[in-house]
Design a protein around this ligand. Sequence first.
Ligand code: ATP
Ligand code: MG
Length: 571
Amino acid sequence: MKSFHKMSKLYAPTLKEDPADAELASHRLMLRAGMIRKGAAGLYSYLPLAWRSLLKIENIIREEMDEIDAQEMLVPILTDEDLWKQSGRWNAYGPELMRMHDRHEHVYALGPTHEESFTDLVRNELRSYKQLPVTLYQIQDKFRDERRPRFGLMRGREFIMKDGYSFSADQESLQECYDQEKEAYAKICDRIGLRALQVVADSGQIGGDTSVEFMALAESGEAELVYCDDCGWAADVEAATAGVSLQSSGAGELEHIYTPQIFTIEDLADQLNVPTSATVKALALVSEESNKVVCFIPGDHELNDCKAEKFFGEYHLMTEEELAEAGLVRGFMGPVNLPEGIEVYADTTLKDIEFWTVGANEVDYHFLHAQQKRDFTISNWVDLISAKAGDSCPHCGAPLKSARGIEVGQVFQLGTKYSEAMGATFMDINGREKPLVMGCYGIGVSRTLAAVIEQYHDANGIFWPVSVAPYEVEIVPLDVNDEIVWPVATQIAAELSELGIEVLVDDRKERPGVKFADADLIGMPYQVICGKKAIASGTVEIKNRATGERSEVAISELAQMLAKKIKEQRA
Ligand code: ATP
Ligand code: MG
């Protein structure tokens, strides 16, 4: 194998300026560092630097899959229309499925995921319980005609995915396969250096999870999450039902109070000198079935669209006209003296609050101490609000934190959905024919690369974790024509390579400033800076790209010392 690589031979066309249409750091930096180039919307070429990182991510996945006896293989990207019709997904998948036909007018889809292909593969040959369980996986390009391909590798139309499928004889065995994959996925994130949360996407009947998403924490993530640092519980705010601690504004007689110039909950809380959590917010909406509804939620929380749609279908908030027609007053709605013909819903967290501070259904007036049962009753208690930071963890009660996340992987218990639809059966121990019990497990390899950069970048560029860095060390000889500097730089490069370290040498005849800027941009974990003066005194400088820390090291000790440090971080 070649000992080290030279920058002059590397195809990594860097850009000095930020590309105009790249919003996300990962997209911008991958373009600038010459790692990716766009072919068309959502289609990217991976250039050598990106490819080296991707292979490292793939190999970490391979090693962890090997640990749990999952076997790598490959099925065709083109999938026969018939298979999709058998599973019922030909229509269900919709326009995201990229379809095409061959010269004989036979129709295919470019696989967006391969449950059908793998189920088809095993259905005639995995026949006995004695052969089970089996887990197969592949790492392959996937195709999805996303409505909005964007953010570079984050949401492509062609992207690299590791997808795996397990086949078991029963639920207990599926649970084992699923738990093993879940653990392997956590290790993979860990080894790659991704800080990721396991978010329960679906709960089973007995309370355990049947699907978990791995969410890499990043400000730019699409998902809004709440999580608990104490016990590790995490959820999408859309799905979470967290504990909400509300304050009571105190007991007393129903009091009709004059509250002019109140436009928001904050105004009201200010004027009454109570926290917003001691107030009740009212929202008037029209349900899909044209029912007029008023919802009450804690003053410091927001109505959650997804949850609301469960009860009200495609609803909309009342317009001024609809409010007037219903006899409601914006900003002053409350459960006492509501006009006729209004359905009343309230968030379940308000159930334990006996006295409410609410609007009086009258311009410029509120009620203090409106008491449940005495002054009003709520007919429908439902879960309506988005969880937020500070709410309490439903598992352990500790205060939740909020974050945003990028979905990098998902594990799923499929059960017999595909095996039943496609007739994939086996003989159980009693000679009875049964459908295989399946699980599926996916990691977005190319999206993971983008997620790593979202977590590992600063104003100057990328700082790779060692485990997935394209090279581990970049050697920066400040003057390649110098007869002392160049031999020392290549000697160090050769020594490090000899010790198994991946080295890139910037052999270009560029000014030091250009080299430093590029080294910071492409972000190898360690830079070894070889300058004439330092070498004359027997040293070179090491810069840790992540921390910016610099140290002078004797040339004679450098290779051993740096190699040791890097190997410790390889994971
Ligand atoms: P999303 O909700 O982001 O569209 P998904 O839930 O549809 O993703 P899965 O079917 O669970 O995706 O696919 C497994 C993994 O493949 C995802 O966790 C993600 O990392 C990756 N992935 C999915 N769609 C894309 C895409 N368009 N571009 C890049 N990676 C993707
Ligand atoms: Mg998913």
